[in-house]
Design a protein around this ligand. Sequence first.
Ligand code: GLV
Length: 320
Amino acid sequence: MSSENPALTLVVNHDKAELLAHVLGERFPQVRIIVAPDSERLDRYIGEAEVLLAYHFPVELYGRARKLRWFQSLSAGIDSMLSIRDRVGDIIVTNVRGMQGGLIADYVMGGVTMLNWNIRQLLKEQAERKWIHRSVAPLADKTLGIVGLGSIGTSIARRAKSAGMIVFAAKRDISVPAESVDRLFGSDQLKELLPLCDFVVLALPATPETVGLIGADEIACMRRDAFLINIARGSVVVESELIRALQACSLAGAMLDVFEREPPPQDSPLWNMPNVIMTPHISGILTHYVERAFDIVTENVDRYLKGLPLRNVIDLRRGY
Ligand code: GLV
């Protein structure tokens, strides 16, 4: 705690809460900062927080967060708090939008390249000491469709375009042309977009409106030689339908960073499917994550203290 008559009380809940508290304490001596890295301390101090800084909102404690005015999320997705979105009233919610786009675009382009080259098969052949030639179409011949063109989707579009790909995207508001996108589709035109794509990348937030968005009908719209890459949330895809399509080879393959359940159950067929690359929800986990969030967090605390509008405000009714 850093002040006798604090301008506000800010609770930090994160593994690196001490570090965040130290940086914020030096910059804002007038703020009372409470370090609550674990659930026990969060439970003890949540009632005092005017501002909460955490990776996920502790929904189970919401009823006791009586003084809370602002929640700064350290993640991009705030889907974990959508279950209480009708109850949060005028609490401001902000996220770290803009921080992870570059890394996630690296992940997606790595995935596109690995799937295009069928890297799993090449590694298998290497292990079997086999030398088999084949031809591979360049990415410049390929079309990539991005579902959800926010800050992350835009980073992916930019990177795919610089690889020479044809880039399509679906988003809610298509009234403004988008950078690096050859053609925009409205969110109600998904079934027109899907059959045109060699790669479909899901980059949209999980909201009640997007849960199960990619189900049997949408997968059936995709080409048999197409690949799905999901860096959004597992809930956006009906996983059983995806597994069915991958097993039946009515979809060529998938690269999945997110799942309906994380980690997926040990008996999930996804673990050892030859046409699937799985990663443990890491596509946005930058090295020095908290340090990179300092800029957004300190700017927002400064703005909050001055009564200015905050950066990266979430519209909870939309869910992003
Ligand atoms: C990660 O998935 C995030 O939402 O930041």
